[in-house]
Design a binder for this molecule. Structure first.
Ligand SMILES: CC(C)(COP(=O)(O)OP(=O)(O)OC[C@H]1O[C@@H](n2cnc3c(N)ncnc32)[C@H](O)[C@@H]1OP(=O)(O)O)[C@@H](O)C(=O)NCCC(=O)NCCS
Length: 218
């Protein structure tokens, strides 16, 4: 699906990463003949070849501190859900550039199997055009269709309220490290799911070998 926001793209600094600078230049060139053309992007499922561009975008967006965040404790040793990892691109052919990324991770939310949303990032020069919101709308719709009932994240409430997130009541859920309580947010995909969530947010329990089907060896 392609998105064509109503507002023209906002140009800001392209940041220090050369790949982002290249994307900024390509965008600038593509815009120069028709400066009033709307910026368009499309969303697809992440593939392995997107990895380096995603890493560059996350480094640019969060800096080295991205690995120190408490949410990272829930990603280490965990695996993002492939069907719920997305990239946004703009342009065609050689001028096609990755401009956004969103991943979802399996977590146990105080006893309720659910998801953690993030990281979410959009290239600086193309922020404010609806890419972040559309990545989340797609992901939340797919997650609901897959049967997930509850999503949490750590982020700015004034932004995430736009896609239905609200603050976790103080003391209701705990993260595996320090988090500003006002930034711990949740969204139900199934009405009433949050009512069952109390306690620690943890990584899913590792699958025990005993739980795997056993093959008799004779
Ligand atoms: C946060 C981020 C993903 C938003 O992506 P985006 O594509 O610019 O977002 P959208 O265009 O879909 O939404 C823009 C709207 O959200 C608002 N918004 C963006 N960030 C916001 C924030 N932190 N707090 C409140 N509102 C915010 C904008 O003002 C705009 O509002 P408007 O539509 O009323 O004008 C992007 O700014 C980014 O990559 N930031 C750096 C990484 C980051 O902080 N990620 C989130 C971690 S919590």
């Amino acid at each position: 699906m392609r998105f064509s926001p109503m507002r023209p793209a906002v140009r800001t600094s392209s940041g220090p990463d050369p790949r982002m600078a290249e994307a900024a230049d390509a965008f600038s060139r593509s815009q120069s003949p028709h400066p009033k053309d709307p910026f368009m992007f499309d969303i697809e499922i992440e593939r392995p070849e997107h990895g380096p561009a995603i890493e560059a975008l996350l480094d640019l967006s969060f800096g080295p501190g991205r690995y120190a965040k408490t949410a990272q404790r829930l990603r280490e040793g965990n695996t993002a859900i492939p069907e719920l990892c997305y990239v946004a691109h703009m342009g065609e052919g050689e001028n096609r550039h990755l401009i956004g990324s969103l991943r979802f991770w399996p977590v146990n939310i105080g006893g309720v199997p659910g998801l953690m949303l993030g990281p979410l990032a959009v290239v600086p020069m193309l922020r404010g055009q609806g890419c972040g919101i559309n990545l989340m709308r797609r992901g939340l719709a797919d997650a609901k269709a897959m049967g997930y009932r509850l999503v949490i994240l750590v982020g700015d409430e004034p932004y995430y309220v736009k896609v239905g997130f609200g603050p976790v009541p103080p003391g209701r859920l705990t993260m595996p490290g320090p988090v500003d309580p006002s930034r711990l947010l949740y969204r139900e995909l199934d009405i009433g799911a949050f009512g069952h969530a109390h306690g620690a947010i943890t990584k899913p329990a590792p699958k025990s070998p005993e739980a795997e089907p056993q093959v008799a060896v004779s």
